[in-house]
Design a protein around this ligand. Structure first.
Ligand SMILES: [Zn+2]
Ligand SMILES: [Zn+2]
Length: 349
């Protein structure tokens, strides 16, 4: 099968023919239709996350159809079903974290497109217990970004608690999805962008944000919670200063530059800083329940599999208009290689 392979971090990915994987016990063999690109993929490719499997097929927002079912898979899936494969690929189910509804923290967890092969390929195998059925309201391109930006963004959003005034630092893919749920649930949204990024501030306001400004500004009102999606450590003390008493800062990324020191007074009065790691299956079930009701609308740009390096370069340079989604099932067909296009519609219920 054709696959995009990372041989070593900080090198371009290689398009290559590799052996098609086989479903073993508990696994599904999935023919991949699309795979969305996540910022974590950049962190893996750029060597910012330790000890990836090498060589590695990246990608953990995978949409495809079940081609074969391995032994001992429960009856949740049948051949031909559409499935989503997320970042959390396997847990032991036995450790203290797994047994306390915190499988996202499992000591032995394996991660799709990081410690096990992912979705920049024509096929993959996945542990059936961690695959999701996907809402029919979305096509294969539209639904792909929900699998990580959506799921892990949602976990960050839930960690922010019942905040009436919610700040979001970094208005990228995850923020754009979560903002829609926050507004649907009646929260007031305050969006922080790179200083001077008027275009993003405008689009946040168009979506319904009460206020949008630079990350060097303070919001007009104190916030009950702030989620930081940008991997920029200095945003942590900045967000703390924007909080009301008892407020929480949730760091939503897997990687962040160092956090500078700040006065204890900024944390005093029961303010909290926390991070979000990975996702649980429950996060996925909840998110895929609410997303079509909002409905959460994704913005995407599609690329054929051969253009994965171009997609990553454009993402790294901040030049994408939406989440990059690799087209795989029919990648290379002329009608799909005319360059990126933007989709922004789903059918509302
Ligand atoms: Zn565990
Ligand atoms: Zn991700």
């Amino acid at each position: 099968m054709r696959a995009i392979v990372l041989d070593k971090p900080r090198q371009p990915l290689q398009l290559r023919d590799v052996d098609k994987p086989r479903a073993t016990k508990g696994q599904l063999l999935v023919r991949i239709a699309t795979c969305a690109v996540c910022r974590t993929d950049l962190h893996v490719v750029d060597g910012e996350l330790p000890d990836p499997k090498l060589p590695l097929i990246p990608g953990h927002q995978i949409v495809g159809h079940v081609e074969e079912i391995g032994e001992k898979v429960n009856s949740k899936f049948k051949v031909g079903d559409r499935v989503g494969i997320p970042w959390l690929g396997w847990t032991d189910g036995e450790c203290a974290f797994c047994r306390s509804n915190r499988e996202n923290l499992c000591d032995q967890a394996r991660f799709t497109g990081y410690t096990i092969d992912g979705g920049y390929a024509e096929f993959t195998v996945a542990d059936a217990r961690f695959c999701f059925h996907l809402p029919d309201d979305y096509n294969d391109v539209e639904v792909a970004p929900l699998l990580c930006a959506g799921l892990i963004g949602y976990r960050a959003y839930r960690k922010a608690g019942n905040a009436r005034r919610l700040g979001i630092y970094g208005f990228g893919n995850a923020a754009h999805l979560i903002a829609q749920i926050a507004l649907y649930e009646g929260r007031e949204l305050f969006v922080f962008t790179r200083p001077g990024d008027m275009a993003t501030q405008q689009s946040a306001k168009a979506l319904g944000a009460k206020w949008a400004g630079g990350s060097d500004e303070l919001p007009p009102e104190k916030l009950d919670a702030a989620i930081i999606f940008a991997s920029v450590g200095p945003l942590v003390p900045a967000a703390l200063r924007a909080l009301a008493k008892g407020g929480i800062v949730v760091c939503g990324g897997i990687h962040m530059s160092d956090i500078p020191s700040f006065p204890y007074a900024d944390l005093w009065e029961e303010r909290i800083i926390t991070s979000v790691a990975n996702l649980t299956r429950r996060d996925g079930d909840e998110f895929f329940g609410i997303a079509p009701r909002v409905p959460v609308i994704t913005k995407t740009e599609t690329f054929p599999l051969e253009q994965t390096n171009i997609a990553l370069d454009r993402f790294r340079a901040g030049k994408l208009k939406g989440t990059a989604v690799l087209l795989i099932a029919n990648a290379g067909h002329p009608e799909q290689s005319e360059g990126p296009h933007t989709r922004s519609q789903v059918h509302a219920n």
